[in-house]
Write a protein that binds this ligand. Structure first.
Ligand SMILES: Cc1cc2nc3c(=O)[nH]c(=O)nc-3n(C[C@H](O)[C@H](O)[C@H](O)COP(=O)(O)O)c2cc1C
Length: 175
């Protein structure tokens, strides 16, 4: 791995507090390109993205989950990652890869982001996927994996340090 990508990965931390400043459309498009470049099983490309910038809608998305969605209080933008679960039996993996690529691209562009999980999560009414589908008019056959909240960072988080990486988790030849 080249030096630069490792630096981006060390710097990427979950950011849940954002400045008010909007993110320019061109910058969001750069982030989306990374999502569209994600590999997918059998190259079926089941993943789609919904960009949300409307404040009321962002707050509605927050309500789709009973906790862990405070980032929507300040995020000026969110990218909802959905995938056609009839097109691919491994849509979760495909959507996960796209999600982390969005986050990596965001970091590379000087933006902060956080992965807000929707699949397998609930609010007090029902499951978060159904709630998001209702808010955004998403067809039933699309699974809602995650929403990436994105914006300029308004909190400082220490980058990861290579010395703290746990190499005991790596096994060679046998467990
Ligand atoms: C699959 C997955 C689901 C996550 N869900 C949420 C979430 O719903 N809300 C949230 O604030 N952070 C969420 N996160 C962010 C994690 O809490 C975070 O990545 C972890 O604590 C490590 O911190 P770091 O991202 O700063 O390295 C999620 C991360 C992953 C990979």
């Amino acid at each position: 791995m080249g030096y630069e990508l490792l630096e981006i990965l060390k710097n990427r931390r979950s950011i849940r507090k954002f400045k008010e400043e909007k993110v320019a459309k061109e910058v969001i498009e750069q982030v989306l390109k990374a999502g569209l470049l994600a590999p997918s099983s059998k190259n079926k490309k089941p993943v789609q993205f919904i960009v949300v910038e409307d404040k009321d809608t962002l707050l509605k998305l927050k309500e789709c989950k009973s906790k862990g969605a405070d980032a929507f209080n300040t995020a000026p933008c969110a990218i909802v990652v959905i995938a056609d679960n009839q097109l691919s039996d491994v849509w979760i993996e495909d959507a996960s890869i796209a999600t982390i690529l969005l986050q990596t691209a965001a970091e590379n562009l000087g933006l902060g982001s956080v992965w807000i999980q929707m699949r397998n999560r609930q609010n007090n009414i029902g499951n978060s996927e159904d709630e998001v589908r209702k808010v955004l008019n998403i067809p039933e056959n699309y699974g809602v994996l995650s929403i990436v909240a994105i914006g300029y960072k308004d909190e400082i988080k220490e980058p990861y340090n290579e010395n703290s990486l746990d190499f005991s988790k790596i096994h060679y030849d046998k467990y």
